[in-house]
Design a protein around this ligand. Structure first.
Ligand code: HSE
Length: 433
């Protein structure tokens, strides 16, 4: 083993700068653990002139990817440039030159992870991507190593900080979705174009990666059903609160009898659930294992240094494997063939809010309609609306299949007395209110 291991970086944005700082600041600890120094030799950037948030010798910077990918001294390539096609091309070239790769790129790993993993294994290289899910939280290692002995049945995650910040502000400050989003943008928690966060796509990518590793089945991004938080109304958070629930954007994955259910959707979560206490921009992943029971991994889901800890820890693992001569051996083919769970086997509770005519018999019609689908109500609220003879009705069902709930909802929309179904959400857990 040489006295130093040499790293090449693709990208020097917020996360790349964090990697440089962390390697520099923690050099002693790294050297102690690895018995060698870790040195960054080249960094691919788009613009050599740009001012940066990190001290770096100018001659380390290059705009030519070959300076990183074809340098025989570079052992490990760290991809923090983002995007899909170019990043994928560079990573494949790195494997072809027998370089190990550490990536933070969730979009790429969610879309092409298995193909990249395959290329890594063929070239006896390591490919690690801890930073792609929940930034600084070591959740992938938690699942793959920490829970290697268990059978995981359920993973639930608050894996998007932007939406968690918006929902927390709506809940605690009573502000609308639109105003909470503007505030999040001002504070830098939300991007100028927040589409991929607020529409749930960012969380879906992370859930696809989590699902693959937790259940050892080949989850595709398209398998993840997604609905985001755009346009969520404050009223639903307030009624949820009255009933003992808090609104969260939950990534949910369940594997039972070798059948997979995986989705991202706004969910009214019982305040007693461990994930309900995760506020603002923080992330957390709740994992239920058959033997271990409930576990939860909590921490920062983004940010320069937190994300850099995941990346540099991956670099440490790469170096340990190099030393042991076991690089490229970690990948295990998915154990189970993918079977998506049909709607008649997907069980949940649901919250519904609607406007109805405030007249005799309306409630019994609604309840008969749900009874026909074998759905019973757990909680009911009715409040008068500031319009003549209109009532707002809120109810939470007991567990029902998605199929029966969808049938009931269709019929509900067709009832004469129902003026508008305002909203409906999945409910998770049992509230005490
Ligand atoms: N945009 C992500 C979030 C951070 O809001 O959590 C990076 O994954």
């Amino acid at each position: 083993m040489s006295e130093k291991v040499t790293v090449g970086l693709l990208g020097l944005g917020v996360v790349g700068s964090g990697v440089i700082k962390l390697i520099e600041n923690h050099q002693q600890k790294l050297a102690h653990q690895l018995n060698c120094n870790v040195r960054v030799k080249r960094v691919l950037v788009r613009n050599l002139e740009k001012s940066r948030d990190v001290d770096i010798e100018e001659d380390l910077l290059t705009t030519n990817p070959d300076d990183v990918l074809n340098d025989p001294e570079i052992d490990v390539v760290v991809e923090v440039m983002g995007g899909i096609d170019e990043a994928k091309d560079y990573i494949l070239k790195a494997f072809a030159s027998n370089k190990h790769v550490v990536s933070a790129n969730k979009d790429l790993v969610a879309l092409h992870g298995p193909e990249l993993q395959d290329a890594a294994t063929r070239n006896k290289c390591d490919f690690f991507y801890e930073a792609s899910v929940a930034g600084g939280i070591p959740i992938l290692r938690g699942i793959v190593d920490g829970l290697a002995s268990d059978r995981i049945g359920q993973v639930m995650g608050i894996v998007n900080g932007t939406t968690n910040y918006i929902l927390t502000q709506m809940d605690s400050e009573g502000v609308s979705y639109e105003n909470a989003l503007i505030e999040a943008q001002k504070l830098g928690f939300a991007e100028a174009d927040p589409t991929s966060d607020v529409e749930g796509l960012d969380a879906a990518r992370k859930m696809a990666i989590l699902g693959r590793l937790a259940f050892s089945t080949p989850v595709d991004l398209d398998d993840v059903e997604v609905s985001g938080i755009k346009g969520i109304e404050l009223e639903d958070l307030q009624y949820g609160d009255k009933l003992g629930y808090t609104m969260k954007l939950i990534g949910y994955a369940n594997f039972d009898n070798h059948e997979l259910e995986i989705n991202v959707q706004p969910t009214l979560l019982a305040k007693t659930h461990p994930l309900a206490s995760v506020k603002n921009e923080f992330n957390a992943v709740y994992v239920y294992g058959e033997a271990v029971g409930e576990t939860m991994f909590y921490g920062p889901g983004a940010g320069s240094l937190p994300t850099a800890t995941a990346i540099v820890s991956d670099v440490v693992s790469v170096i340990k494997n190099m030393r042991l001569g076991v690089s490229g051996n970690q990948f295990v083919e998915p154990h189970f063939k993918k079977e998506l769970k049909a709607p008649d086997k997907r069980y949940a509770q649901y919250y519904v809010r609607l406007y109805a005519k405030d007249e005799a018999g309306v409630f019994s019609n609604i309840s008969a309609l749900f009874h026909d689908q074998d759905i019973s109500f757990k909680r009911i609220l009715q409040t008068p609306v500031n319009k003549d003879e209109v009532a707002e009705i809120i109810f939470i069902t007991h567990q029902t299949s998605l199929q029966n709930f969808q049938h009931a909802l269709e019929k509900l929309k067709g009832l004469d007395a129902v003026l508008e179904v305002k909203s409906y959400y999945k409910v998770e857990g049992d509230a005490i209110s």
